[in-house]
Structures are given as C-alpha cells and as structure tokens.
Design a protein around this ligand. Structure first.
Ligand code: FPP
Length: 253
C-alpha cells in the first residue's frame, strides 16, 4: 500500500471540527453483538446479522469519506464454522448479497476489496462473487477494504510457519535470517501497514483470534454499543479519541 491514500473522498460529509490530518492509517474492527441485538428484540439472530450488514455499509462509506486508507473487518472467523448450519448459511447469503450490492459503490468510491483468511473454505458461489469484486476493484487506490473471512490469527501464523519451514528445507531461506520482517511478508496482510486502531463493539474485552501478529502496537478501543447500533457519530468520536492518544511503541517520550 502506498501512503497517499488518505485524502477524504468527501470532506464536506465529515464533521466540521474533525481533524482529518492525524488519522489512523489502518482501522481494524471486531464487529460483535449482532446476536445480542436480535435477542434484545426477541428476533432471530439472523435479523441481527442483517442489521449488522447495514452497519458495515455505513462504516465502510464513512471510512472512505474520512480518508481511512485501510479498513479491516472481522466478518467471519475460523471458529464461526462451529455455529449452527442455518446461521452459517445465512451469513454466507448476507455476504454474497453485500458483495453484489456494493460493487457499484466500491467502483464509484475508488475502494479496493481484498479478503484475508482461509478463503478456500467458503462456498463456491461466495468465492465467485468475491473473486469478481476483487478483480474489478483491483486498480482502485482510494481505500483498501479487507474482509477477514474464515480468518483466524493462529491459523494464519501456522500457515506462515509452514511456508517458511518449506523455504528453509528448499534452501531458499537460511534459518538465521528469519526475522519479524520475513514473517510479516508471509502474512495475509503482507504489504499493508499494521492496524493503528482496533475497535471492538459490544463490550467484550477480548481479541478473539483476530490479527494476533499485526495488532502488537495497535491502540484498542472497546465500546459497549452492539454492532447493529454502531453509528457514524460514534465512529468519529472513537477516531477523535485515537487522535488524543500518545503512541510510544515501547519507547519513552
Ligand atoms: C458477531 O456477532 C458478528 C459476526 C459473527 C459476523 C459479522 C457479520 C456481519 C456484521 C454481517 C455480515 C457481514 C458482511 C461483511 C456483510 P455475534 O453473532 O457473535 O453476536 P453475539 O456475540 O451478540 O451473539
């Protein structure tokens, strides 16, 4: 990723008192609470995911408007395969519907779509739509939208270890030259800056196997708001909070 991405698509749409200069380059979000949102309303969990998909649209649009360069959304984890079959199927339908309906928006707004995770495990029809959306947006450089699908941080690291061990066996890599940079180059997120800000909705103080390597120095913000209720205003408040934080990366001032 080059670093010229962060010019807001539509400055007028952003709050007047918002400093668009000192933004996180990469925002990662654990979208949690769809099920609880539905339960509170005595609705089926799937209704919560449907409302959650609407929030995805709002937050993607807002990120682009503001000038975020990379947005990574945890849409489906490796552990989510253990949910009831009907819920998994509904999430796949929603994902496919989202990808189809957002094609134009991604093209109009110069958004490049990418997927990270064990994409091979997704149903064929989802893989097809995903591949198509990734192909038609591949030249876009306004914002990178990374969807974490069938993603698990530990599985990602296991994959990296397997690849590097193979390369050492083939004599391509000297074990003494294995560095954190080499590991970074083998991650799904290779070539991307690490997340500056990790947001989790619905109050749980957990990382849930998300981007384990990449979040080493990310600022973390947990909000009690359930994902379907997460709004543009709250997102902007969190970005403002980020702008007030002092990041030292383990050093002293
Ligand atoms: C967590 O809620 C959310 C998920 C497991 C999946 C996230 C999916 C969406 C936001 C909708 C579809 C995605 C896209 C990209 C269109 P939960 O079910 O774990 O909630 P709970 O913890 O309250 O039960």
């Amino acid at each position: 990723m080059n670093s010229n991405h962060s010019s807001p698509a539509n400055k007028s749409a952003v709050h007047k008192d918002f400093d668009t200069e000192n933004l996180p380059f990469h925002v990662a979000i654990i979208m949690d609470g769809n099920g609880r949102w539905a339960k509170q309303r005595i609705l089926n969990r799937i209704k919560g995911h449907e409302k959650g998909a609407e929030t995805v649209r709002t937050i993607v649009r807002t990120s682009r408007e503001i000038g975020i360069s990379i947005l990574t959304l945890y849409a489906f984890s490796t552990e989510n395969w253990l949910r009831p079959k009907a819920e998994i199927a509904a999430l796949m339908v929603l994902l496919k519907r989202y990808l189809k309906s957002e094609k134009k928006e991604m093209l109009d707004n110069n958004i490049r779509l990418n997927a990270i995770g064990q994409i091979e495990r997704l149903p064929e029809d989802v893989k097809e739509v995903l591949a198509e959306s990734m192909a038609i947006t591949k030249k876009n450089d306004g914002m990178l939208l990374n969807l974490a699908l069938s993603y698990g941080g530990r599985a990602e690291i296991v994959r990296v270890v397997q690849e590097i061990v193979k390369e050492t066996k083939e004599g391509k890599v000297d074990p003494d030259s294995i560095t954190s940079e080499l590991i970074t180059e083998h991650l799904y997120t290779r070539g991307m800056r690490d997340p500056d800000l990790l947001i989790r909705t619905s109050g749980e103080m957990r990382i849930s196997n998300f981007l384990l390597w990449q979040i080493a120095y990310s600022e973390i913000y947990v909000t009690d708001t359930l994902w379907p209720d997460f709004s543009k205003d709250e997102y902007i408040r969190i970005l403002k909070d980020f702008q007030r934080r002092e990041r030292r990366f383990g050093k002293v001032e």
